[in-house]
Design a protein around this ligand. Structure first.
Ligand code: NDP
Length: 504
């Protein structure tokens, strides 16, 4: 809690869930979850643990669900189970629970571009459905593509050809990156869009599954206090920040193809910006929310060169270069930014003139993800206080802080900055905050697309960044070198100052 800080009291609850968009959807019955790329990193670290947590909490019932791993690697069911066991045996998970869950997993090995493996997979799923006595309309098939995007089109074709559910829904979850620029994203969207309808496609951006990101709509639109303040008349600037205190660490090959803008800013931070800046949706229906997000994206002005700072981390020790390009998979003359600070400007009635600063970097001095909204000075201030500090800060690792000026306790009439601090750990004792992947998988099972990226949203997001990315790709814009473990290039702090941000 901040000095002199109070706490927000938690009282009544109400819940909301939006309706599935598909026709004839069933919410119950035999459920087959297929993890494609089951031998990979994401599957073992995120997908299987998220499924396990849903199972532990009773959202996946052992009499309904069966989980299939699919990949080319030739391993047995037990080999796969042994590979993922240690990722499940964490926290309060009991070893028997883990073993029970692992028994729900079956592994099928096959290639991604031929029918044989997918026919085998379909046979296994059908056996499970028959065993569970699925009646028409009551079986569900969810395919999770934990795979490199290069194989998405062919894998989707094989699913369509060999594995469609004949008596219930089929849904496809795809991971980022969805393309590298506008053209490649549109090409991928066209290829997948020819096979599946939009309501069947779930493009994951795991930031949309974070508790505090989901809280943004509630904070903004369920509190009368914020409604009249949330505009250009009162807000000076908005900053959305992602900082990591480690570098690419062995993933330099992958990272160098994408860079920090494609990896973090174009998707995660831009999604957060949409939720901060959008108008109130007509309702909580996914289409209403996503319509408003698209409008914000379409109102973003072209990015100006003078409002961009790029960086690449390095370190010179005794005349020797150490840094990003040390990774053997990163080219010696890589122009890929590991840091970027970019101002976006939204050309609409609410936000004209308010800079939205999106900043992300690797190998910095600290690790954090937060949103900072700074208010304008109080007109005719009689206290001479730093009212620009009147900020709201939403730390995505679970706290919301509202700073305000209050009277310094005591005989003197002076002011001090204090904070209302809603720290989730203190306020919600014993409540486990679900992992983003858990929540998003459950949403997929429920057919709720509210927290997934729609195709036109994706296109609008690429529209904003593609010209800048192309100029970086051809070396027209170059990253400034910054010291590992620093705050990033000094030029980024200067950009912040120019944007009106006051460091507190
Ligand atoms: P991996 O590199 O671990 O690949 C997953 C599996 O795909 C591998 O086990 C391999 O299985 C198969 N595979 C790998 N390369 C190829 C290839 N060139 N052609 C065909 N198959 C291949 O990826 P991750 O698990 O790390 O990521 C999967 C997806 O999720 C990617 O799109 C990634 O960008 C995204 N993602 C990953 C995150 C993470 O934390 N790892 C975080 C966010 C998104 P096999 O050889 O057995 O078939």
């Amino acid at each position: 809690m901040g000095s002199g800080g109070g706490q927000w009291i938690v009282e009544k609850r109400s819940s909301f869930r939006s309706e599935p968009l598909e026709v004839n959807v069933s919410e119950t019955g035999c459920l087959s979850i297929v993890v494609l790329g089951a031998s990979g990193d994401l599957a073992k670290k995120k997908t299987f643990p998220a499924l396990f947590n849903l199972y532990r909490q009773g959202f996946l019932q052992s009499n309904e669900v069966h989980i299939f791993g699919y990949a080319r690697t030739k391993i047995s069911d037990d080999d796969l189970r042994n590979r993922i066991r240690s990722y499940l045996e964490k926290g309060s998970a009991k070893s028997e629970e883990v073993s029970e869950f692992l028994q729900l997993i079956k592994y099928v090995s096959g290639s991604y571009d031929t029918e044989g493996g997918f026919r085998m997979l379909d046979k296994e799923i059908s056996l499970h459905e028959e065993f569970r006595n699925s009646t028409e309309g009551s079986s569900r098939r969810l395919f999770y593509l934990a795979l490199p995007p290069s194989v998405y089109p062919v894998v989707c074709r094989m699913i369509k050809l060999c594995c469609m559910n004949k008596c219930g829904w089929t849904r496809i979850v795809v991971e980022k990156p969805f393309g590298k620029d506008l053209d490649s994203a549109e090409k991928l969207s066209n290829q997948i869009g020819e096979l599946f309808e939009e309501p069947q496609l779930y493009r994951i951006d795991h930031y949309l599954g974070k508790e505090l990101v989901q809280n943004l709509l509630v904070l903004r639109f369920a509190n009368r206090f914020f409604l009249p303040l949330w505009n250009r008349d009162n807000i000076d600037n908005v900053q959305i920040v992602f900082r990591e205190d480690f570098g690419t660490e062995g993933r330099g090959g992958y990272f160098d193809e994408y860079g920090i803008i494609r990896d973090i800013i174009q998707n995660h931070l831009l999604q957060v910006l949409c939720l901060v800046a959008m108008e109130k949706p007509v309702s909580l229906k996914p289409e209403h929310i996503r319509d408003e997000k698209v409008k914000v994206l379409q109102s973003v002005m072209p990015i100006k060169d003078e409002e961009v700072v790029l960086g690449q981390y390095n370190e010179v020790v005794l005349g020797q270069y150490h840094g990003y390009r040390d990774d053997s998979k990163v080219p010696d003359h890589s122009n890929t930014p590991t840091f970027a600070s970019i101002i976006l400007r939204i050309h609409n009635e609410r936000w004209e003139g308010v800079p939205f600063i999106l900043k992300a970097g690797k190998a910095l001095s600290s690790k954090k993800a937060d949103i900072r909204v700074q208010f304008k000075d109080v007109p005719g201030d009689i206290f001479n206080c730093m009212s620009s500090n009147h900020a709201i800060r939403i730390l995505l690792d679970h706290s919301i802080r509202k700073s305000m000026s209050v009277k310094q306790p005591g005989l003197e009439m002076s002011t001090v900055q204090s904070e209302l601090d809603l720290s989730y750990k203190q306020r919600y004792h014993g409540v486990t905050i679900p992992d983003a992947y858990e929540r998003l998988l459950l949403d997929t099972i429920h057919g709720d697309q509210q927290h997934f990226v729609r195709r036109d949203e994706l296109k609008a997001a690429w529209d904003i960044f593609t010209p800048l990315l192309h100029r970086i790709d051809i070396g027209e814009l170059k990253p400034i070198s910054y010291q590992q473990g620093s705050r990033g290039p000094a030029e980024a702090d200067e950009l912040l100052l120019r944007a009106g941000y006051i460091r507190t």
